[in-house]
Write a protein that binds this ligand. Structure first.
Ligand code: DGT
Ligand code: CA
Ligand code: CA
Ligand code: ZN
Length: 576
């Protein structure tokens, strides 16, 4: 079973979440035990299935009771403690934890005292002003919660799934379905393939001779809660978290037409169909064919269908009916981002929230062919940040590592500064000048008004050491709204000071957003793709940053880390 490890991780994460609710404390001993076990397992490639409880317990970070639960899951497919917690805390109640400003204690009280068991219950209680009658709540907390829910709605995260959840889920499903005998292809399509930041449902297309075993494999996966409906060659299921998966099984010769159709967007498909009609053809999920008589013109691959329609292949990230078909016709599609030679926002275990050592990160960077790597742990103004001494020690370690590395990889000693409420930065100017690369970003005071947020960012940009603003909006997709900013003013300041803007590839962030990038791309601003990796395996997230940039039609030359290493290094050395 390929998803043993993921199943174990799912179990541990769900146990942690439910235990937070059960004990009313995100920092309780048990919660931390589950979280540390999850971290320990994430870091390992070992086949857990063959390990005994005693062997599991020998892994650093896994205790006795947790190892027993892992064994229980692997042996029986279920864990009694988890079942008990699920019975006690229904999914609707757990979902309330996603609302900003609502902790586990408050959720438990709302349930006990007002019978609130779901988001809809909470909406009703708020509308009827029933919260203000509770001790510790008031009219003000009602307003705050109503506002928080409104913002969740605006971000579409109540009914939609953030990409950070949907993508790993889809990859697991695809991996599982590829194992089913007779399956020749499996991939996700829909908004996820177009790399939208939230996903309504996950669309999976599979090519196989027989549909039934594929549908059965999906509905029997551990993450699946229930089947919504099933046809001859399609089925829809819902995961425990509430994400819908639509599966279609097609014949191999129809695969291109099916992937094209189910990738969408709807607007893109409609334009393609119009092109087909203009030629006397029809395009549907099975084939591009002649209207009269039905002779198939193309169906096996997307490339063949585009070609038959007189178009080059259009990458899925562009298929939003945003002028891509017209551009393709003129041969003016935006160039792909291509090779990325550097990463400029990477954490190591020096940061409180970093999980890999400097050596591990550097080895992973080399394996990925990165030529310039800025190590940027958190400065002391952030919760997981560190003081001067730890950073000076790190600098010495980097310098000595560099002598061994030679020219293949240049490692810069950088730092991620915290931008204070008034734009103040960590340490002092002299100390900041000692770094090869400083980025500065917002990690707190999310509630300041537009003028104050804009002022703090612009002020940080004017600091002579700050070369880049990290995750400008500080949003977490589906969890925390962007800070309120005058984007125009920020872009003007970026132009005036030469400060680069980060395109953060962490799936929970994807910041700048596509929307902000579209506004920014006409300005004279340099962008930098980053992974914001907190562990070595996350260096690959630079790819996600590139997809986001492509979605926004950003010209590759505007992105510093697509440049030749020599040009890139010269640019980082330019000081204000
Ligand atoms: P989502 O799930 O809301 O994030 O967005 P999509 O784009 O994944 O939409 P979904 O799942 O409803 O449908 C998947 C694709 O199937 C969609 O992108 C295009 C295609 N499709 C669905 N319904 C229609 C339709 O009525 N007409 C056309 N031309 N295509 C459709
Ligand atoms: Ca979809
Ligand atoms: Ca769908
Ligand atoms: Zn960071």
């Amino acid at each position: 079973m390929p998803d043993t490890k993921e199943d174990v991780l799912d179990m541990l994460r769900e146990l942690a979440e439910l235990t937070v609710l059960d004990e009313g404390d995100p920092q309780s001993f048990r919660v931390r035990a589950y979280e540390s076990a999850a971290h320990a397992i994430e870091a390992r490639a070992t086949d857990l299935g063959r390990m005994t409880a005693a062997e599991l317990q020998k892994i650093d970070g896994i205790g006795k009771s947790t190892s027993a639960k892992i064994r229980e899951l692997l042996d029986s497919g279920r864990v009694q403690r988890l079942e008990e917690l699920r019975d006690k805390h229904p999914a609707g109640v757990v979902a309330l934890l996603r609302i900003q400003g609502l902790g586990p204690k408050a959720v438990t009280r709302l349930r006990a005292e007002l019978g609130v068991q779901s988001l809809d219950d909470l909406r009703r209680a708020l509308a009827e002003h029933r919260l203000r009658a509770l001790k510790g709540f008031g009219a003000k907390s009602e307003d705050k919660l109503a506002h928080a829910i409104e913002r969740l709605d605006e971000q579409g995260s109540v009914s939609r799934t953030p990409i950070s959840v949907a993508l790993p889920l889809a990859e697991r499903i695809v991996a599982r379905l590829l194992e089913v005998p007779g399956v020749t292809h499996a991939s996700y399509c829909g908004s996820l393939r177009r790399f939208c930041e939230t996903i309504g449902d996950v669309d999976i297309v599979v090519a196989a001779a027989q549909a039934a075993p594929v549908m059965e494999a999906l509905s029997s996966m551990n993450v699946v809660d229930r089947v919504l409906g099933t046809g001859d060659a399609k089925t829809s299921v819902v995961t425990r978290r509430g994400t819908q998966i639509d599966l279609r099984v097609v014949a191999t010769h129809q695969l291109g037409a099916a992937r094209l159709y189910f990738t969408g967007s709807k607007g893109h498909n409609i334009k393609l169909r119009q092109r087909a009609l203009a030629r006397g053809w029809t395009l549907n999920e099975y084939a591009l064919s002649v209207l009269d008589g039905g002779k198939v013109i193309a169906s096996e691959t997307e490339e063949q269908i585009y070609q038959a329609l007189g178009l080059p292949f259009i990458p899925p990230v562009l298929r939003e009916d945003g002028g891509e078909i017209e551009a393709a016709e003129r041969g003016e599609l935006p160039r792909p981002i291509g090779e990325v030679s550097g990463d400029f926002h990477v954490h190591t275990s020096v940061s409180g929230d970093g999980l890999s050592s400097l050596e591990e990160v550097v080895a992973a960077a080399i394996a990925r062919g990165i030529r310039v790597l800025a190590i940027t742990d958190h400065a002391e103004g952030t919760l997981s940040g560190v003081g001067r001494e730890a950073l000076l020690e790190q600098r010495a370690a980097i310098r000595s590592l560099q002598t061994r590395l030679g020219d293949s990889l240049r490692v810069l000693h950088g730092v991620e500064l915290n931008i204070g409420a008034n734009g103040e930065l960590d340490y002092d100017l002299e100390f900041r000048r000692g770094f090869d690369w400083c980025l500065a970003s917002v990690h707190d005071h999310f509630e300041l008004d537009r003028a104050a947020q804009t002022r703090r960012i612009v002020s940080a940009m004017h600091d002579p050491t700050v070369r880049m603003i990290g995750h400008l909006s500080a949003r977490m997709i589906g969890a925390r709204p962007p800070i309120d900013l005058d984007l125009d003013a920020v872009l003007s300041a970026a132009e005036a000071t030469g400060t680069a803007l980060e395109i953060n590839g962490g799936l929970p962030r994807l910041d700048l957003s596509v929307e902000a990038l579209r506004s920014a791309r006409s300005r004279n601003v340099t962008f930098v793709l980053t992974s914001d990796a907190h562990r070595a395996s996350e260096l690959g997230r630079v790819r996600f940053a590139a997809l986001n940039a492509e979605r926004a039609w950003v010209e590759p030359d505007r992105i510093a880390n697509t440049w030749e290493p020599a040009r890139l290094l010269a640019w980082t050395e330019r000081r204000g």
